[in-house]
Design a protein around this ligand. Sequence first.
Ligand code: NAD
Ligand code: UGA
Length: 453
Amino acid sequence: MKIKNICCIGAGYVGGPTMAVIALKCPEIKITVVDANKDKINKWNSSNLDDIPVFEPGLKEIISKTRNKNLFFSKDIDKAIEDAEIIFMAVNTPTKEEGEGAGMATDLKYIESCAKDIARVSKGNKIVVEKSTLPVRTAEKIKEILSLSKNNCKFEVISNPEFLAEGTAINDLFKSDRVLIGGEQSQSGKNAVKKLVEIYKRWIPEHKILTVNVWSAELSKLASNAMLAQRISSINSLSALCEATGAEIDEVSSAVGRDHRIGSYFLKVSPGFGGSCFQKDILNLVYLSKFYGLHEVAEYWHQVIKINDYQRLRIVEKIVLFINKNKLSKEVSILGWSFKKDTNDSRESSSIYVAYELLKLDFKISVYDPKVNPERIIEDIKNLNNKRKKLNPNIIETNINICSNLNYIKKPKNIAVIMTEWEEFKNLENLGDKIFLLDFRNFIDKEKTTIRF
Ligand code: NAD
Ligand code: UGA
């Protein structure tokens, strides 16, 4: 039987774009995306497409073609679950903040709550898909919860982790390197996997659709993120050595990346990786390794995060040294708040950590970002302060000035630090020598930059 109805729980950076692309490619399937956050659903339904909650190049064009045709954003979670044959769970899986494994393990409360809703509401058999990134063997827990369903329904749990990167999500979804589907080896497990394969086959070549066992799919997602982040920490660690020896990190990166066995991706020096996933997924891997008594493995992966923290602190030190050397006042403009260009997402952005350290040192900071909204910027600092409690809450708003354009940084003797590689920061060479530009992304041509990292 062909799939006619899909539900996705979680209308975030994964649920929204992923379902939009499935809706575009499978116009005969009705897709309903639901979320516990009603305000978010209202925004997805906004008539002004600039107000949808996720900014991704190409997304609003797809939404305009599919929304209210075969793609729906709804607050009625129960109805969407009841009607669907396949349910994707694309809810957030943050690091636990309290209880056993706090600071390391993944908090599964949102996934568990989805599974409880599915068990409570379902009247017929369903395929439940793990789209969120989860610790290995979570499918077992989900099955346990689903088995509490009172209506004698049968559930197949399959793992289909998402590999899209923000800023390029639509292109990544159109042309995925691979689609990974993990299922049980039973006949019903194989049938469920086949149904999902049929959907992806509509636009992904079959040789790129890998079917594996559930645990391999769950672990492959964590492993992919850990290995990408490991490359960034490797190059960032070498940037410190370059500065000590006179080598040029971009030259080293380019020379190393030319070896086709190594490759050039994810070797760009940066102020540390950000984003909601790399850190939490590596911490999850560290926790799992410790849980299984693999302490050397845990320590190996933990080092990737330690180097990332070290890189952020090194940047703060460089700014302070620069200011002292040039006898400047303690004022800095931060250019870019999102964790990378082409997204309005600032989760775990290095800008937050660098700004926080500067505020601790009594700096006044101005922030400009083309897409992150001002309330979010203040909220990010407040959230970090709730954890670290090193700042007097009163100074947060008085010492941060959020700018709506780049004019502010044109003040003579201003220090502007490029934290995110937004295209519009590439044209800053016209500012002349009145301002000091510190390019922590090393993305402006050498000759054009006043000061380089
Ligand atoms: P997000 O925070 O943007 O969205 C998650 C949404 O789920 C939120 O809107 C939240 O309100 C909703 N939600 C939580 N519990 C719910 C419940 N019980 N019922 C209904 N709605 C609920 O998160 P995201 O960035 O989309 O990430 C989702 C998952 O995908 C995570 O596991 C993440 O690791 C993984 N992932 C993210 C990316 C990415 O680029 N952001 C890429 C690949 C994988
Ligand atoms: C990353 C992965 O690339 C996706 O495959 C994965 O699906 C996703 O995490 C996830 O699970 O959430 P994302 O975090 O959106 O995607 O963006 P990336 O392009 O990976 O960048 C992450 C961070 O690394 C950014 O702060 C970026 O600036 C930084 N980075 C990236 C570097 O510092 N150097 C590089 O060479 C590349």
